[in-house]
Design a protein around this ligand. Structure first.
Ligand SMILES: Cc1cc2nc3c(=O)[nH]c(=O)nc-3n(C[C@H](O)[C@H](O)[C@H](O)COP(=O)(O)OP(=O)(O)OC[C@H]3O[C@@H](n4cnc5c(N)ncnc54)[C@H](O)[C@@H]3O)c2cc1C
Length: 458
């Protein structure tokens, strides 16, 4: 195969926000990058079938935690989960990262310049979200518009939000970063599932993967694992590292919904446009419009058969909580993590608040849906498994850059943080991070020399 004869500076495994941001920045800096992605890289259609195949396929995108029948979803496709995410941008946990020697303030500023991050313009704040916000505010909640990753100038009334992928390109996804990386010369192989990392002693030299039934080995001086909070520990387990994939989080959520008769719900409602954060308690609430198919699944899960055809009259709030670090992954990526009593108490607290908001908004027949999770992480932790440069401790040339590295429970959607970490890692790999430090040191030295000279003159 042609790709085997080429020389690469780095191999990146996975194309979610973590991997795609490293790939794009390395390719932009002239590095020869090979990116291996388990899922397909087809054009985004925005059709339900693509979403089912790439995010909900049992055992692949959809993983079930049998202890509490909690469904966990992830995107197995170019762009990773961000192809189907809800595009809301939550703050970077700078204080938490600083404890582990990681500072991404510059990278956050760069990302904010590069990507379309901001609260939605008035026309995009649609009736359901506006009704919930008004009700929450009247009850004294600090319910505010949230920042979104959306090219608002491309949006038109009537466009369905990109729950199933966004063919209009309004919602930013990591696939866009991958497209840019490929334009700059990165080689992207789809359907390439990495099994393990090839080692020479403690030095990573390549990866072994399967693609369309064939087994391959490729080599490069730097290996970056960005296969996500579940995918990366599974690869590391194959290398014999049995202490990864333990005591992790998955940010469980429920939704709470009620029926309103006087609200013409539009096709172009946007989810998570506004909400309220309770950082102390570890609870976040947002509005959560859903398309008909997902609404029906949520409704059927809790046997509200008589509500199956009422999507258009449904007002919905999502409750997501910061869960305790617990559980373990199996070697094959099976998720064994039950909700703790503490997690359930938080979810019920959120339920009570959401119920009051919906009642105030005039909703009737309020009920909650079953548990779901969408952000597995903390499986290969900063401090414990990777150092502040995201390098695997005790290994050379092996890095992890995805949701796995988040070291503590956090409870907020992480896309912005992962992009920042990716940018920082790309700088480290090109020597730019150290160069920046050197420059600032030399500037400091120069300025102190000038001060000394000035003092001498006086
Ligand atoms: C429905 C939903 C809504 C969400 N909404 C938001 C939101 O509004 N805001 C927000 O910030 N976050 C949101 N998230 C979470 C966010 O999308 C994820 O946290 C983020 O994408 C994680 O990025 P990552 O780089 O860690 O991994 P992922 O995005 O999971 O990417 C990992 C990639 O690695 C590939 N891979 C896995 N194993 C292998 C292997 N062995 N070999 C090769 N490739 C492999 C996968 O196919 C995938 O492409 C949402 C998630 C979901 C599911």
């Amino acid at each position: 195969m042609n790709f085997l004869n080429q020389k690469y500076d780095a191999i990146i495994v996975g194309t979610g926000p973590g991997g795609a941001s490293v790939a794009k920045d390395l390719a932009n800096k002239g590095k020869r990058v090979l990116v291996l992605e388990w899922g397909p890289g087809k054009p985004v259609t925005g059709k339900l079938w693509q979403y089912i195949k790439e995010q909900c396929w049992p055992g692949k995108g959809m993983l079930i935690v049998w202890r509490n029948l909690l469904g966990m979803v992830r995107g197995i496709t170019t762009g990773g989960s961000s192809l189907f995410y809800y595009g809301t941008c939550f703050p970077v946990p700078h204080k938490m990262l600083a404890k582990y020697g990681v500072d991404v303030t510059k990278e956050e500023a760069e990302t904010r310049k590069e990507l379309p991050i901001g609260i939605l313009k008035k026309e995009m704040l649609t009736p359901m979200a506006a009704r919930i916000m008004e009700s929450a505010k009247s009850l004294g909640y600090n319910w505010k518009q949230l920042e979104k990753f959306m090219y608002q100038d491309k949006w038109r009334p009537g466009f369905q939000f990109g729950y199933y992928g966004d063919p209009h390109g309004v919602k930013w996804s990591a696939k866009m970063y991958m497209d840019e990386a490929v334009k700059k010369g990165a080689v992207l192989l789809n359907y390439a599932r990495v099994k393990t990392v090839i080692l020479e002693g403690r030095k990573a030299t390549g990866v072994e993967f399967r693609m369309k039934g064939e087994k391959y080995k490729v080599f490069a001086p730097e290996i970056i694992l960005s296969a996500g909070g579940i995918g990366t520990p599974v690869i590391l387990r194959q290398m014999g590292l049995k202490d990864v994939g333990k005591n992790f989080f998955y940010d469980p959520l429920i939704t709470v919904c009620g029926k309103v008769k006087d609200l013409p719900k539009r096709k172009d409602e946007i989810p998570m446009t506004a909400g309220c954060l309770f950082p102390e308690e570890g609870i976040v609430m947002t509005d959560m419009a859903l398309p008909t198919a997902i609404d029906k699944v949520f409704t059927a899960q809790v046997f509200r058969i008589w509500r199956l055809f009422e999507t258009k009259k449904t007002l919905r709030i999502m409750i997501k909580v910061r869960d305790d670090l617990a559980g373990h992954l199996t070697d094959g990526g099976g998720v064994r993590k039950a909700l703790t009593d503490d997690d359930r108490v938080k979810l019920m607290k959120g339920y009570a608040m959401a119920k009051a908001i919906l009642e105030k908004a005039g909703a009737k027949g309020i009920y909650k849906t079953w548990y779901l999770a969408a952000h597995p992480g903390g499986t290969v932790k900063l401090g414990e498994h990777v150092d502040s440069d995201l390098k695997m401790k005790n290994f050379e040339n092996l890095y992890v850059c995805d949701c796995s590295v988040i070291p503590e429970p956090w409870g907020l959607p992480p896309a912005l943080t992962l992009i920042c970490l990716g940018k920082r890692l790309a700088k480290h790999l090109t020597g730019e991070k150290n160069a920046v430090i050197k420059t600032s040191v030399s500037v400091k030295k120069a300025s102190s020399k000038i001060k000394k000279k000035a003092r001498a003159r006086r």
